[in-house]
Design a protein around this ligand. Sequence first.
Ligand code: SF4
Ligand code: SF4
Length: 543
Amino acid sequence: MFCNQCEQTAKGIACTKIGVCGKTEAVAGLEDLLTHAVQGLCIVAEAGRKVGVVDNAVDRFTAEAIFACLTNVDFDPKRFEDWIRKTVTLREELKAKVEAAGGSIDSTAAALTFTPADSSAGLEEQGSALNFITTLDANEDLQSLKQITMYGMRGLAAYADHAAILGQEDDEVYAFIHHAMAAITTDMELGDLVALCLKTGEVNIRAMELLDAGNTGTYGHPVPTSVPLGHIPGKCILVTGHDLKDLDSILQQTAGKGITVYTHGEMLPCHGYPELKKHKHFYGHFGTAWQNQQKEMPKFPGAIIFTTNCIQKPADSYKDAVFTTGLVGWPDVTHIGDDKDFGPAINKALSMDGFTDEVDNGSVMVGFARNTVLGVADKIIEGVKSKAIRHFFLLGGCDGAKPGRNYFTQMAEEIPSDCMILTLACGKFRFFDKDLGDIGGIPRLLDVGQCNDAYSAIQIAVALAGAFECGVNDLPLSFVLSWYEQKAVVILLSLFSLGIKDIRLGPSLPAFVTPNVLDVLVENFNVMPIGETATDDLKTILG
Ligand code: SF4
Ligand code: SF4
């Protein structure tokens, strides 16, 4: 086993026996094998496009299969086995169509002829024998760039999949996924790989745009909304993950059943969407970021539904109340299939005690996505011009368990009162409930949304730059980002593709970035690790 794709990788180098995330050696091998098999499918799909053979089922499946390998998505070996076999079936079917259309497949990649073993144990052996990561390229810098592309692809595939679920697709996104996955099976020069990484970021902006259109087109633009952090008496369901459509289905299926629906983790911003908040039994938010699940979820007296990542090993104390759906999965946890019949979770919730008391833990505000923030752009611009607003910080990203992440709490606390903070993703749970006051009636802490709403944050920055007739790099705006998994990797690539510089990244730099590749990134984008303390970094940023 060798996996170093996320920030919590063992010793900052790689997980080699079992994942810090709980991923077993067997699942790690199956993920590698699935990625290898998907590369074969992508080679065929790319050849197919040249002769007009485009198969939307293949497009959707490749996005799903790549997303499934993102950190904390699926830990169930059985599902990886099914995906591996389906990949090879689709590859052979597509190959026949491409050849019938007169296409030729110009590749000798092993992925193209890979045949899955018949047994589960055989597949695990194949996965382990691949040494997938360490053999991506003999040159460590080229291997690093191929890893960056592949991990970026996992984030990009996640956004493309979320968007497709809401009916938003663009063949150019799928075409690029196929191209990039095929390309990294070939020998490439450093410059070409750097360009491929940046192109990954650029195409990801389109995928995020599609997702934004899917979310806002279906559920309306988020509006400022106060979300209670306590609870009310009654049966209850907790919904975590990132998928708005699943939440909508759950809200519809629980209507009139005496169940209150709460959000957890990255579902918090869902309270701001008009078409979701209209449900009277959609009440409040419970808990914080993904890494606190085992501490917080035993205290929830109802069913818990994971709509996507990030799942942690469910403790025995609440495992039988947990349900997964979509790509997220855990062995022996009930999985709600594509029919989206949440009946088993609803019945479980009805059989449990629910909350017996009412607790008021205050509230937080959500709903400051691009439409809301740009709706008060004139006030913001005036605030900057009159010097009431000195600086903006984009402070957010993924959360995680490392003690060094306290930096982000400290940063939020120490940012002076004449500065505004835009935040998004689960990193905000370090400071989301702090009352940071307002500037001229605009809250200083603006929750833009999920990690899936990074497009919204980028649009705000681009619009402000337009209003001030300058580039994003010339704005009084600093990016201080926490990363954990591969959506963060692709968002970083998207920011690079827009030419955004001086990003501070923490709590540690990715283990899969070699010193030489880091030099290239520093030279071109002046990306830098967060400093020892937020206090020192603030002094530097604000001069
Ligand atoms: S996803 Fe992260 S924690 Fe899990 S095995 Fe890979 S590097 Fe380790
Ligand atoms: S921001 Fe990243 S780490 Fe946090 S819940 Fe979303 S995918 Fe997971």
